[in-house]
Design a protein around this ligand. Structure first.
Ligand code: IPE
Ligand code: IPE
Ligand code: MG
Length: 279
């Protein structure tokens, strides 16, 4: 019995891993990363900053301590994006589903949000960063709503890094909102229903005017998108890092960018072939 089990386990371990698995987990055994050249960098990076709670729990700390530590990580990843010339960075900070957490945890997150904006806004503005909030700002508590609107207004004319922070954001809610806006425009005679194409739809999303996401990074080992940017991620490359968000630093970020730069993006085509049509 034991022998059979051991043989089976050994067989499993030695069997070559299928090559169609394209998810590349980031591991410490990989060589030190090098920042890819500018032309190989993604134009738009999206990050699902996950694992704050587990980071704290594994240290015997309250979950709110994980969120505070996560804010520190966030600060440097934004700076790195600016230093490295990433055009747009979209960060998932609070989903519509996150309201289902305890009152204490939601209050801690809302408190951190206010603290973050008051301590960072001067530096971000100085660095010419343009802040856009993705999500339903009007559904946020009043002090947070004010802080978000004023950050967007203050940085509205900036021309540097496009920093999108998803707050009270749900991907399906974003899509239904776009459909509603288009339906209203059609009802008011501003557009013809037949004129609604992909560009017209994209123009009604919170990310209007920005390129699609090229690279999605999610920390904490979870491999799902959790209702984040369903439209914009349609052709994104995905990189999953096992570390919890508070441990995600420039080295991890650079590794993710290097993995992205090594990917072969085909968009449905075949290299070397002349397209039969221009779709
Ligand atoms: C991500 O960390 C931050 C938010 C969702 C606000 P989590 O709080 O989800 O941490 P885990 O996944 O429970 O460890
Ligand atoms: C996604 O993380 C939302 C944010 C990072 C803000 P969650 O921790 O809420 O997602 P699930 O519950 O694992 O899908
Ligand atoms: Mg989580």
């Amino acid at each position: 019995m034991l022998f059979d089990k051991l043989t089976r386990l050994l067989g499993d371990a030695l069997r070559p891993k299928p090559e169609y698995i394209t998810v590349t987990p980031v591991t410490d055994s990989q060589p030190a990363p090098v920042l890819p050249p500018p032309e190989a960098l993604p134009r738009h990076v999206a990050i699902i900053m996950d694992g704050n709670g587990r980071w704290a729990t594994s240290r015997g700390l309250p979950r709110s301590a994980g969120h505070a530590a996560g804010t520190e990580a966030l600060r440097d990843i934004i700076r790195a994006s600016d230093d490295w010339g990433i055009g747009a960075l979209s960060l998932y900070a609070f989903s519509t589903e996150n309201w289902s957490r305890s009152k204490e945890e939601v209050a801690a997150l809302m408190g951190l949000l206010l603290k973050y904006f008051s301590s960072e806004i001067d530096e971000l503005d100085e660095k010419n960063v343009k802040i856009t909030i993705l999500g339903d700002v009007d559904g946020m508590p009043e002090p947070q709503r004010q802080a978000l609107l004023s950050a967007m207004e203050r940085t509205g004319d900036n021309t540097g890094l496009r920093l999108n922070i998803a707050l009270n954001y749900g991907g399906r809610a974003e899509l239904t909102r776009a459909a509603r806006l288009l339906a209203r425009a059609a009802k008011d005679g501003e557009i013809e229903p037949d004129d609604i194409d992909e560009d017209a739809f994209a123009a009604k999303l919170y990310t209007a005017g920005l390129p699609d996401v090229d690279l999605l990074i999610r920390t904490s080992g979870e491999m799902r998108t959790s209702n984040f940017l369903p439209w914009q991620l349609a052709y994104a490359e995905m990189v999953f890092d096992d570390c919890f968000w508070p441990d995600f630093d420039r080295t991890h970020y650079m590794k993710c960018l290097a993995i992205y730069a090594g990917r072969d993006r085909r968009f449905g085509g075949v290299k070397g072939q002349t397209p039969s049509t221009t779709a």
